[in-house]
Structures are given as structure tokens and as C-alpha cells.
Design a protein around this ligand. Sequence first.
Ligand code: DC
Length: 241
Amino acid sequence: MTRAIIQPRRSDNAEQPPRKGRLIITIDGPAGAGKSTVARLLASSLGYLYLDTGALYRAVAWKIQASGVDPADEKGIAATLRCTRVRTEQHADRMHVYVDAQDLTDEIRRPEISRIASMVSALPSVRDWLLPVQRQAGSGGGVVAEGRDVGTRVFPSADVKFFLEADMEVRAARRHRELTAAGYAVPVDQTLQDLRDRDTQDRTREVAPLLPAPDAERIDTSALTVAQVIDRMMAVISSRL
Ligand code: DC
């Protein structure tokens, strides 16, 4: 399935109503709570698009770093984004991210890009720039969107909202396993510290802080297997289909 996302057009800035029977499902929560794994599996079993909004923030972070712009320089970032194109494509159950013409799907997972993404995601101009990109991808429904504010800001009228959480140590261990599997040798202490810093940054920023939507189903995944999390989510989704 391919659904290309082309860059901000003002007319895409409004949340679109989903097509009947093709739900908009949102999954928010901190890093390492298990969002990506379950979002990908849910999207695949429902035949829906998987929208990883964190990857879009990472794509912006990559562009800022590649352009040599200071991640704290909001004006410089806004100017850079004016001539930037971010596009995604779904290949099997994986979302590929392109910045301008380059496929950066793996590159944006670098730990230093995580840190820059956390910084730039606190900037209102970056969040505003990415809003229509995300909404355009979800327009028409049939999407599982994961991020930090997809249920609160991007798709406030989503059909089903989840908020996944887990203990900090469990999240750090998961993130460390992911990084190791991807070939990044980061000490576990460093992973824990990075997570703490990003959590503080994501939860305390003024714009769109990481918060559960009031109507979100909250699931603590610390002691659950992936299959158990999916079962709980499917029970909720089935009741809304
Ligand atoms: O989920 P992730 O680690 O790939 O996200 C990268 C960064 O982007 C993370 O610091 C939080 C931020 N983000 C956000 O602010 N809002 C979203 N909807 C998704 C991610």
C-alpha cells in the first residue's frame, strides 16, 4: 500500500472525517511504551496505514542537522522547512520516510537524531508545519497513527484512542534492545538517561505536551506481552467497528 504525503497545503490543515468503517486509531505514549510494535501489528492485521508521526519529527531533525542549523534557532528552522519536502510511503508493514528525495528510514533512528527530534518537536512552528502532513496521511481513515499528540491534537475526533505507558526501567531496556539490534552500541545507562531527558522534554513542553486524551484507553504494558496488549486493543477496536 502506498500513500504518499506531500508537504503542507493550507487546505489540508483541518481534520478530515474518516470514511465509514475505516477507523482512525491513535496510540500515544512515551518512548519505549511499545507503541511502534503494536501500531505496526494492528495496522497490518486491519489492513490499515501505519503512520509513525515520530518519524516525521525525526525527518525534520535530520534536515536541521544536515543543514547545519542550530536546533534552538526557530527562525532558521522555519526558513529551512520552507524549502523542505517530507514524504512517506508504506512498504509492506513499514513506513518509509523521505526528506526531499532521500530515503532516510534507517538514518533517522540514530540516537543523536532522537535528541534533536525531541528539541525541535518542542517548537510550535515545527509542530504546525507537520500538522497538515499528518492529517493528510490520515484523511479518509483506515489509519493507525502513533505519536505523542495524535489523540489530543492531530486527530482529536479519532474513533479509538489509546495511551500506552510502562515503567521507566522496562522502557529503557526495550529501547536499548532496539538500538543494539539496529547496530548502535549505546550503554544501557546512557539509554536510560536519554529517555529521562526526552520524557521531561516531551511532557513539560508548552505546545502539545505528552498527555493522555481524556477519552483514551490507558494500558500499562510493563508486565504484558505484545500479544496481550494487542488482545486488549482489539477488544476495544472491535466494539467500535
Ligand atoms: O516516537 P519517536 O521517539 O520516534 O519520536 C521522536 C521525537 O518526536 C520524540 O522526542 C517525541 C517527538 N514527537 C512528538 O513530539 N509528537 C509526536 N506526535 C511524535 C513524536
